[in-house]
Design a protein around this ligand. Structure first.
Ligand code: FES
Ligand code: FES
Length: 176
């Protein structure tokens, strides 16, 4: 088995569709690699110990606290951050819904909230109110904007579910 460390080690990961080759100390977190090495500051550092969710990103489609993931664990994996959600100049439905519902106050928790909800809707386009509540329970909002955050989640779920339903006949009618 290849020995890695204790000095800086190479790691190759794809972030927002771009593949990067970084050289990082083995203890470097994904959060630090994103913010310090790649200049992607959407994921926020608040607690830095896995209790607040401000650093939430998607890792191979799963929402993770990036302060609890080592960069070297991301070898060959796919990371998505809030900076990567825009497609062809259009915001993701969760981002649109946050604007519509004015779901950010200070906005510090917002990128993490958005990434957590986006991962939920990727996995379950028909997410319920309870699913949305459970999801944002892992993302602390000190401003107490939860009623608007949850309303935004419900609106986004409606948009994503409608798109999935519209797409199902094109895919051969599998979906219901
Ligand atoms: S900064 Fe990662 S969970 Fe708080
Ligand atoms: S909007 Fe301020 S912490 Fe959530």
């Amino acid at each position: 088995m290849e020995r890695r460390g204790p000095g800086p080690v190479p790691v190759r990961m794809t972030v927002n569709g771009v593949t990067y080759e970084l050289t990082v100390p083995p203890r470097r977190t994904l959060l630090d690699a994103l913010r310090e090495d790649l200049g992607l500051t959407g994921a926020k550092r608040v607690c830095d110990e896995g209790t607040c969710g401000a650093c939430t990103v998607s890792l191979d489609g799963q929402a993770v606290y990036s302060c609890l993931v080592l960069a070297v664990e991301c070898e060959g994996r796919t990371v998505e951050t809030v900076e990567g959600l825009i497609r062809d100049g259009e915001l993701h439905p969760v981002q649109e819904a946050f604007i519509e519902h004015d779901a950010a106050q200070c906005g510090f928790c917002t990128p993490g909230q958005i990434m957590a909800l986006k991962a939920l809707l990727d996995q379950n386009p028909r997410a319920s109110l309870e699913d949305i509540r459970q999801t944002v329970a892992g993302n602390l909002c000190r401003c107490g904007a939860y009623p608007k955050i949850i309303a935004a989640g419900l609106t986004a779920a409606g948009v994503v579910a409608a798109r999935a339903a519209a797409k199902a006949p094109e895919d051969g009618g599998a979906g219901a």
